[in-house]
Design a protein around this ligand. Structure first.
Ligand SMILES: Nc1ncnc2c1ncn2[C@@H]1O[C@H](COP(=O)(O)OP(=O)(O)O)[C@@H](O)[C@H]1O
Ligand SMILES: NC(=O)OP(=O)(O)O
Length: 310
């Protein structure tokens, strides 16, 4: 009997920081990533897929702003929905093509997913989620003067940051649970379209980008996954990342992970939410894996990546 695996594909794995933001580059990365996901499925594991959207939602916002004299820009919740649509389309199309080529039996369904947040979440006062492309310090200063909130992102340059509230409720979770034995479900993309419920139970969109590692953890918990696998653009988690004494981590216990978090080894908005999600999985007796998309199969077999477990 295989494992039940929730796979989160990072937005920075779909569009790597050094790549030009073309559709073709993103599609090629998705074709490659989905090939590895299908190998995991062929090895007998049950997979549920989610994905990030940081670079993509940022670029949609830039497109909106560039055309603002012609079409009024849409709010960020709508840009999240657009990114879920186009990334879900790339994933579903690529998965179906791999399935056809390999002659295996599997269905795929992409669900547009709203995720509820608390409209009074402190995150609205303190934007931390990096989106879009990277800028130099000088460019970031100019953008700050134009009213944008900018932050340094893990030594890679400066990016725009937006609020990232905690995911509370995944809409459609019952339907996801019903589908996953038969179908590869793609859900909660970009952390989910952020909405809140008012006093009368009415849903409204909010201007935020939910962290997909936090939503992915919730998804993994709610479908009772054995493994939460976060595919990103680095092969491992490191301590002293980017420094001369950088050290690769292969297995991390709960205690070690908590110690590294306390030391400030992981920045908010990139590696910290992955590690925090990993700690939660490990505390529930499950495991989390952080690795690059081309090493997903090896990582599941314990031969690559960073594993967090008891
Ligand atoms: N300690 C660390 N070990 C590995 N990567 C780290 C660490 N700290 C920060 N990072 C950064 O985290 C990035 C992955 O997080 P993120 O950009 O949010 O990816 P994704 O969009 O794929 O989820 C890496 O590209 C790396 O630059
Ligand atoms: N929404 C989100 O967390 O996207 P990334 O994984 O691309 O940062």
């Amino acid at each position: 009997m295989g494992k039940s695996v929730v796979i989160a594909l990072g937005g920075n794995a779909i569009l790597q920081p050094k790549q030009e933001a073309t559709y073709t580059n993103q599609l090629n990365n998705v074709i490659s990533a989905t090939g590895h996901m299908i190998e995991i499925r062929e090895a007998g594991h049950n997979i549920v897929i989610t994905h990030g959207n940081g670079p993509q939602v940022g670029n949609i916002i830039v497109q909106n702003e560039a055309a603002k004299n012609v079409v009024e820009p849409f709010p960020i919740d709508v840009s999240n929905a657009e990114s879920q649509g186009f990334i879900g389309y790339m994933l579903e199309k690529s998965l179906k093509n791999h399935i056809k080529e390999r002659g295996i039996a599997a269905n795929v369904a992409t669900l547009l997913t709203m995720v509820e947040v608390d409209k009074n979440d402190q995150a609205f006062e303190n934007p931390t989620k990096p989106i879009g492309v990277f800028f130099s310090e000088e460019e970031a200063k100019r953008m700050e003067a134009d009213g944008y909130t900018m932050a340094e992102d893990a030594g890679r340059g400066y990016r725009r940051v937006v609020p990232s509230p905690e995911p509370k409720i995944i809409h459609g979770i019952e339907e996801i649970r019903r589908l996953i034995d038969e179908t590869i479900v793609i859900s909660s993309g970009g952390g989910g379209i952020p909405v809140y419920q008012d006093d009368k139970g009415m849903l409204h969109g909010v201007e935020a980008v939910i962290d997909k590692d936090r939503s992915g953890l919730k998804l993994a918990q709610q479908v009772n996954a054995d493994v939460f696998m976060m595919l990103t653009d680095v092969p491992n988690v490191y301590i002293n990342f980017g420094k001369e004494n950088e050290q690769k981590l292969s297995h991390v216990s709960i205690e070690e992970a908590e110690q590294y978090v306390a030391e400030g080894q992981f920045p908010a908005g990139s590696m910290l939410p992955k590690i925090q999600a990993g700690i939660e999985m490990a505390k529930a007796g499950k495991e989390a894996i952080i690795c690059s998309l081309d090493q997903a199969v090896d990582a599941l077999e314990g031969k690559a990546g960073t594993r967090i477990s008891k």
